[in-house]
Design a protein. Sequence first.
Length: 323
Amino acid sequence: MVSTDIAFSSAKKSTRRPLLVFHRPARDFFVFLRFPSFFSGHFPSFPLLLSCVPVSTMAEEIKNLRDEYVYKAKLAEQAERYDEMAEAMKNLVENCLDEQQPKDELSVEERNLLSVAYKNAVGARRASWRIISSVEQKELSKQHMQNKALAAEYRQKVEEELNKICHDILQLLTDKLIPKTSDSESKVFYYKMKGDYYRYISEFSGEEGKKQAADQAQESYQKATETAEAELPSTHPIRLGLALNYSVFFYEILNLPQQACEMAKRAFDDAITEFDNVSEDSYKDSTLIMQLLRDNLTLWTSDLQADQQQQEGGEKPAEQADQ
C-alpha cells in the first residue's frame, strides 16, 4: 500500500512547486517527487524524482533530535534556566514521539527531566506569587491603595505566567503523554502531575476557576491513587509522592485537615509495614518522602489540636511540604 501526502506553500503567489511524498512500507523508504511548475491540479505523467530517503535514516534523525533536546534540557538544568529546560522537553514531546507507535513514550530519564523542568519553572513563580500577595494584603491593611494597586497588577502578571506554564504541561499530559502510557508507574506519575498542576491553578484562581481546577485536580489524583494502590508497592516513591501531594491538596485547597491527616498517616503506616521490602534503588527517595509525610502530619495534628482547644481556627502555615 502506498500512502501519499501533498504539501503546498502557504504563500499566495509562491512559485514553489507542489511536493508529493510516497511512503513504500514494504520497501522501507520515502520517495519525494516534485511536479513541474505548470502543474494546475492534474497530475502529469512526468514528475521529477528528487530523492529516496530510507525510513531508517529518518528514524535516526529523529533519535538524534531527541538526544539533542535531552542534552539541551540537562544543560539548562545545570544553568538553572528552567524555562528553557521546559521548552526543550516540550519540543521533545511534540516533535519526537511517533503518534503511529503507541509504545513510543518517554523514557524514565526523559520523564524526570520533564517533571523537574516544569516543577522549577512553576515553583519559582508560586513563591513569587505568595510574596506579592502578602505585600498586597499588607498595603491594603495600611490603606496604601496606590501601592496595593501596583502590587495587584504585578501579582496578575505572575498569575498569567503561571497560567500559561500550567496549561502547557497539562496539554502535553492530556494530549500526548497519558494516551501513550503503557505501564502503571508512568500512568500514576502522569496523573499525579496532572493533579499537581490543576492544584497550582486553583491556588491563584478566582472562586469559579478555583472550583473547576480543584475538581480536575481531585479527579486526576483519584485516578492516580486507584492505579497506585492496585499496582505499586506502598514503599514506591511515586506512590508515596502521590499520597503526599494529594493530602496537601485536601489540607490547602479543600480545607479538609482531618482527611489530609488520615491520608498521610495511612500512606506512612503502609510504607512502614512494608519497609523491609523496599528496593535499594528507591530507598533514598522513599525515606525522604516518608519524612515529609511525617513532618506534615506533625504540623497538621498540632493545628487540629489547637483548633479543638481554642474552638477557633489558627493561622495556617503558608506552605505545606509537597513533592
